[in-house]
Design a binder for this molecule. Structure first.
Ligand code: GLO
Ligand code: MG
Length: 346
């Protein structure tokens, strides 16, 4: 039997957010990057994930040389702290060029901007020592159906992936699906869509996925099934665990906060499929509640990890034999209760 996975944890600088929402300003004043790096260390997390402009602020105003220089400086700081860079993601949803899509914009100049910026993110990833480029396709979708050609957008997405794969022979693209928000409807809403796009690219082996719990729930799916699906293709290269209370705005709640059983099944899926054995990290894409006071600023991350580790124990002590007998007997009534009793502690 394989040795139990020792999980390693990761978060991004945006996960130390300041409480702003569409209806109100920040409720905590911003902290510096160094503070966030120190906070991750204090939490015992081993890696940080980066948007390109987290790594190099104001990236669009800097020359390629300057960008690489700053990326190298960052790498030194990370090495000094013993924190790895888990991934880099081009932030393709802020700039005016991405107002109606980046890779799938109707405007060829804007599509070019998106591809060039993605190539630059790959250069940053190389400097930071990671081979994972995460593509959260935030604005690849439509506000109204008639504004874009959905079929052509598939071609545009494939073209963009091909350009990135050609730019660096080692880079792996991890597509992070989400069904909506900020768009009304996104073109890559599920893992199935992401892996289908992968098959059309010049090197399908280097195009995989990142699953976020909340995004699967927003798509009306069970995140544990999404995990098992991606792992069946050996394509789950990163993970954003969090929680989501049904179909509403993207909540990014602490892991397990809304539905402990759904969280348990995600952990069980990771255990069953061996996620983490090839060095993949468990990242928490969670935000503090708006009400959080600065002295409790790290709790959402610490608590997410605590819940995760307790659920690992629950997965490892799950009464498999008893469950198997009940499954063979089609006694799902008692199987259901077995799970609840196990989670509640007998
Ligand atoms: C938003 C996404 C976002 C991405 C991040 C990395 O819904 O989850 O947080 O994960 O920008 O690309
Ligand atoms: Mg995410």
């Amino acid at each position: 039997m394989a040795k139990p996975t020792v999980y390693r944890f990761c978060a991004g600088p945006w996960n130390f957010s300041e409480g702003q929402d569409p209806y109100g300003p920040p409720t905590r004043s911003g902290e510096s990057f160094d503070w966030k790096l120190a906070a991750l260390k204090k939490l015992g997390f081993e890696a940080m994930m980066f948007h390109d402009d987290d790594a190099v602020p104001d990236i669009d105003t800097k020359s390629p040389r300057q960008v690489l220089k700053e990326a190298k400086e960052l790498k030194k700081r990370l090495d000094g702290e013993g924190i790895a860079a888990e991934m880099v993601a081009p932030r393709l949803w802020f700039a005016p060029q991405t107002v109606d899509g980046a890779y799938t914009s109707n405007n060829p100049k804007h599509r070019r901007y998106a591809i060039d910026r993605s190539k630059q993110s790959i250069d940053i990833a190389r400097v930071l020592g990671t081979d994972i480029l995460v593509l959260w396709l935030a604005r690849e979708g439509s506000y109204i159906r008639e504004s874009k050609d959905a079929g052509r957008c598939v071609d545009y997405l494939v073209e963009a992936c091909d350009a990135m794969l050609a730019h660096d022979r080692k880079i792996r693209l991890a597509i992070e699906p989400k069904p909506n928000e900020p768009m009304d409807v996104a073109y890559v809403p599920t893992i199935g869509h992401a892996l289908a796009i992968a098959q059309l690219t010049r090197d399908p082996k280097r195009v995989g996925a990142l699953i976020e719990s909340a995004h699967a729930i927003l798509a009306g799916l069970d995140p544990s099934d999404e995990i098992e699906f991606a792992m069946a293709f050996k394509k789950l290269w990163s993970l954003h665990l969090n929680d989501q209370n049904g179909l509403k705005f993207d909540q990014d709640k602490p892991f397990g906060s809304a539905n402990l059983r759904v969280a348990f099944n995600q952990v069980r899926a990771l255990e069953r499929t061996g996620y983490g054995r090839n060095g993949e990290y468990v990242c928490f894409d969670v935000h503090p509640f708006r009400t959080t006071r600065p002295e409790h600023w790290l709790k959402h991350l610490d608590n997410s990890r605590k819940t995760f580790l307790r659920l690992v124990e629950k997965a490892r002590t799950y009464p498999e034999k008893e469950a198997k007998t009940l499954i063979a007997d089609l006694n799902y009534q008692d199987l259901d209760q077995l799970v609840l009793d196990h989670l509640l502690g007998r």
